[in-house]
Design a protein around this ligand. Structure first.
Ligand code: T1G
Length: 697
């Protein structure tokens, strides 16, 4: 493994890339490819060479496991391998199946010929890692497919199937049937063709270059705010038209070096690994048996229930939706259909697919209809008494071995499991609204949850195309628990001297998709009010600004009531600063005897973001989250934290934990509304003292 196998078929040598799982171009594999080439060149009986991939890919690109290690650039680096291929006096044919991405596609572009099976994913995902193709892809790909197609694929980072590029010069043939046999037959046909043509020697004749690249720079720049890589991709591709190949290659290398050292790229690469790490559960061995999920059910056809049902229908899993009243059921299914119709209008869904998916969603008013489902998800009102009634009923009707999941966003999953005689089958599947859009799924593991149930939930998440993060049981799990101190600190800032629109603007300039007060108005102030009322009883030591309650007492729940922290014109969602709220805020400070002071945007960002970080560290300390990067993933995929900052914990590491702790101590001396708020988490203090960052956890 992590090598290249060599064989000959008549006059054709075959070098097979073999580095599971996707033939990442590791240092060992790169050396093995060159060795295979040399062996073929040294054999006079060999007239042509085929490069092909073992397993499920030609190559998924550079081996990401070597990132940030010396091996990534050790010779032969990918550029050297590609030059060795180009300098071969015997034709080299790339035979592509399943995946040719990133460096894998760059390797293929260095070959004299390329043949492919239909359906192979062809693309350059580098931009999603905050970099650009760094082994000649920005110079060779435009020469093979034209500048416009090259800009589209390199800037988007999304792969296309090989047949979509059939009309370009990328492939010399699409092979039906056995790829290897087809490639060998093709090699036999071209074995004597001379001179050997190289993609790098193609001169691009593109009269629209100036206009196209001016447009591309403007439009890509506008749509990639905060992400430096896409615009640099355009620059590199432009050079393939305006400069000789070697000069273009040098520009690509310079741009790659700038990007790979950028904080944005380090953040995006951190998230790439975080997403994969989250799937690894320390005490859940690979290959833990799972239960088949051939059918599902959801209790409740409200916004959440309907969105959840869509996830299953989108994945082709039939799902029964149960309500207590026909009217609620009809309303819920109508909302689902309306959602799909919107996707059809936008061209994101074919009309036939709409009916197919609606056909997978079966409405019901009778629990007996659920009995044979493999999984049921409760998505009813967030009240423990209601959950108790539902789970006792589910315990009666669901077949043995069915998984009983709750979509609760904060309530104790252990208590819910206790309402049944099968706590090992109970788990939390916390979807985020709108459930058919938001990628995050918090998988809440109860103390009794079976390992097979957990493994099944993780596999289901992948099938539903969700980013699953495992959480232990605590109030708010990971995301909402971190949101608590963040919102409390924002409230205290209002009493100290800030206004809602200043706090929101500061955090949105930092990169948050939505500031805390606009978010509260969107979610509905009454939701938070109910949680605070529960906490006033259960956790009286947790202090809150009274401003939120004051607004709720006035019936100002946000968008749903036309006024909250902001006011809203009828039918509009634009948040308009409101002098009534300003008067209420200033009045609150006066009542508290607080002399309002100027609050800078920096202080707003530090106090709110470090509040997230401190709670995240406590969550890791308590083992609720397995690692700090899980907290990052939750905040990026569920709460609109800016990707280019890598998540709250990664951001704190880039600031430096020593400085974060110093800021926390400064805030502790001026705690605003809660003297106990700024006690640094043990994990942060320990890492800061050791000069470490969260990536060491
Ligand atoms: N190297 C090593 N391992 C990789 C890998 C790679 N490039 N890509 C995926 N894996 C692992 C992944 O971690 C997982 O491992 C397993 O393969 C299955 O992945 C110079 C510098 C290729 C389309 O960014 O897009 O080339 O968790 O579940 O759904 O210009 O993986 O099972 O242990 O995603 O079938 C550019 C990223 C690198 C490719 C397959 N390449 N990967 O999807 O499987 S930069 C990428 C993907 C570069 C050059 C630059 C997908 C896939 P495990 P999976 P999949």
């Amino acid at each position: 493994m992590n090598s290249a196998d060599y064989s000959t078929h008549g006059a054709v040598a075959v070098v097979t890339l073999n580095n599971p799982p996707v033939n990442g171009l590791s240092h060992e594999l790169r050396g093995a490819i060159v060795a295979g080439l040399d062996q073929a060149l040294a054999d006079p009986a060999v007239k042509a060479i085929v490069l092909i991939g073992a397993g499920k890919a030609f190559s998924g690109g550079a081996d990401i496991r070597e990132f940030n290690t010396p091996k990534a650039t050790a010779e032969p680096n990918l550029g050297s391998v590609i030059r060795a291929v180009e300098r071969s006096p015997k034709p080299v044919i790339a035979a592509i199946h399943d995946v040719a991405m990133g460096g894998g596609l760059e390797l293929a572009l260095g070959c004299h010929y390329r043949v492919a099976a239909k359906g192979a994913q062809i693309g350059f995902p580098e931009v999603k890692l905050g970099i650009l193709p760094g082994a000649g892809g920005t110079q060779r790909f435009p020469r093979a497919v034209g500048p416009e197609t090259a800009v589209s694929l390199i800037v988007s980072g999304n792969p296309v199937p090989s047949e979509a590029l059939e009309s370009t010069g990328l492939f010399d043939r699409l092979i039906e049937g056995d790829l290897l046999q087809g490639a060998i037959a093709f090699a036999d046909q071209v074995v004597d063709r001379r001179p050997l043509k190289l993609v790098r020697d193609i001169k691009i004749d593109y009269p629209h270059a100036e206009a196209f690249f001016a447009w591309a720079r403007t439009s890509v720049g506008a749509s990639s705010k905060g992400f430096p890589a896409p615009v640099k991709c355009v620059e590199a591709v432009a050079a393939s038209v305006s400069k000789p190949f070697e000069e273009g290659l040098k520009l690509e290398r310079d741009l790659f070096t700038q990007l790979v050292q950028s904080t944005e790229s380090k953040a995006l690469r951190h998230l790439f690994f975080a997403e994969r790490a989250a799937a690894k559960i320390p005490d859940l061995p690979e290959g833990t048996p799972t239960r088949p999920i051939k059918s599902a059910a959801v209790i409740g056809a409200g916004t959440m229930g309907g969105g959840i049902a869509m996830n299953f229908a989108n994945a082709g899993i039939p799902i029964t939706v149960l309500e207590v009243k026909q009217e609620a059921l009809d309303k819920g299914l109508a909302a689902v259909r309306k959602n799909y119709e919107g996707q059809v209008r936008k061209g994101k869904l074919k009309p036939a697919a709409l009916e197919e998916r609606m056909g997978l969603i079966k409405p019901s008013l009778d629990y007996a209809d659920l009995g044979q489902a493999d999984l049921v998800i409760e998505a009813v009102f967030e009240d423990m008494a209601v959950k108790e009634a539902v789970f006792k009923k589910l315990d009666e009707v669901m077949k043995p071995g069915a998984i009983l999941a709750t979509n609760t966003s904060t309530l104790d999953v252990n208590r819910i499991a206790g309402f049944t005689r099968r706590p090992q089958d109970v788990i939390g599947l916390h979807f985020f609204s709108p459930a058919n859009v938001m990628r995050l799924l918090e998988v809440v593991r109860g103390k009794a949850t079976g390992k097979d149930v957990l493994a099944t939930a993780m596999g289901l998440a992948k099938k539903l195309k969700k980013t699953a993060v495992v959480s232990g049981v605590c109030d708010g799990f990971i995301g909402n628990r971190m949101l608590g101190p963040y919102g409390r600190q924002a409230g205290f800032l209002l009493e100290a001297g800030a206004l809602p629109w200043q706090v929101d603007a500061a955090l949105e300039r930092f990169g948050m998709a939505m500031g805390p007060f606009r978010m509260a108005d969107m979610a509905g102030g009454d939701i938070g009010w109910a949680v605070r009322k529960r906490l006033y009883v259960e956790k009286p030591q947790v202090k809150f600004s009274k401003i939120a309650d004051r607004l709720c007492e006035l019936g100002r729940f946000g968008q749903k009531t036309g006024a909250g922290y902001y006011r809203y014109e009828p039918g509009k969602r634009d948040a308009i600063p409101d002098s009534e709220v300003e008067a209420l805020v200033v009045g609150s400070s006066k009542e508290l005897g607080v002399t309002r002071r100027k609050i800078t945007d920096d202080e707003i960002v530090e106090r709110c973001i470090f509040a997230l970080v401190n709670e995240g560290a406590k969550i890791v300390d308590e083992g609720i989250a397995a690692r700090a990067s899980d907290c990052d993933l939750v905040y990026i995929t569920g709460y609109g934290f800016p990707q280019v900052r890598g998540g709250p914990m990664f951001y704190a590491s880039t600031v430096g934990l020593y400085d974060v702790v110093r800021s926390m101590k400064r805030f502790h001396a001026d705690p605003l509304g809660d003297p106990g708020f700024w006690r640094p988490a043990e994990l942060i203090e320990r890492l800061a003292a050791e000069g470490k960052s969260f990536s060491n956890t």
